[in-house]
Design a protein around this ligand. Structure first.
Ligand SMILES: C[S@@+](CC[C@H](N)C(=O)[O-])C[C@H]1O[C@@H](n2cnc3c(N)ncnc32)[C@H](O)[C@@H]1O
Length: 210
């Protein structure tokens, strides 16, 4: 983690308070497979947001093996969840893990491709794909949102480099940093939206339609 983005004052305290036991087994499976998964504090934040919104229809783009989907379903078990990931191996794990859930539908494809063909609209979306694709995904998903919908983007702070100067940012993060900065600025200057960044884990950008 970048020194510019050391844990927020309360992050370690939150970790002690949070009941993260039920995310642990899935996160351990992700760890064993060597695949990324949503951090525990981000899981509990996601669950809390969903439990407040009680969305009828949700979508999880970049669902991986399913930690974020699990967090969404924990927040509102009755939501109809569409989960999407472009990776075959993670998709096989996901489909096996959630096979008893009648309200979960999985597609192995790119989120952008799905959004271009889907005819559904959503009340809640969680996006955790490649960060430089966030702007494009936002423009596609914006057309597929019901009124009062809420969208959460994970890891929006790019290890803290979004807040750093370009000269302080390692070369490999510079393009990502610039594109995510542009995306954040676009969202915060759109008067039809409420937006805030919640500084847990890698930073959650929470957007809701006014
Ligand atoms: C950080 S991991 C997701 C972890 C997952 N949310 C979880 O909590 O278990 C990012 C995932 O996004 C997927 N991905 C990347 N770009 C994508 C895209 N354009 N459409 C769909 N999935 C994508 C990758 O295959 C990867 O599994």
């Amino acid at each position: 983690m970048n020194v510019l983005f050391s844990p927020t004052i309360c992050e370690n305290y939150l970790k002690c308070l949070d009941n993260v036991e039920d995310y642990k087994a899935l996160r351990q499976a992700a760890h064993n497979m060597g695949v990324p998964s949503l951090e525990e504090n981000a899981c509990t934040a996601l669950t809390s947001i969903v439990s407040i919104k009680c969305p009828k229809k949700s979508i999880d783009i970049g669902c991986g093996i399913g930690v974020s989907s699990y967090a969404i379903l924990k927040g509102f078990p009755n939501t109809h969840l569409t989960a999407i990931d472009s990776n075959l191996e993670r998709g096989l794990f996901f489909q096996n893990y959630f096979k008893e859930y009648e309200n979960v539908t999985y597609y192995q494809m790119r989120g952008e491709q799905y959004l271009k063909i889907c005819e559904e609209k959503f009340d809640f979306a969680f996006i955790d794909s490649v960060k430089r694709e966030y702007f494009n995904i936002w423009q596609l998903i914006r057309q597929k949102l019901n009124s009062n919908a809420c969208v959460v983007f994970d890891d929006i702070l790019i290890y803290g480099y979004v807040m750093a100067e370009e000269a302080e940012t390692p070369y490999k993060y510079q393009t990502n940093r610039k594109e995510v900065q542009n995306f954040i600025n676009h969202i915060f200057s759109d008067s039809s939206l409420n937006a805030q960044i919640i500084p847990v884990s890698g930073g959650l950008l929470v957007i809701s339609l006014k």
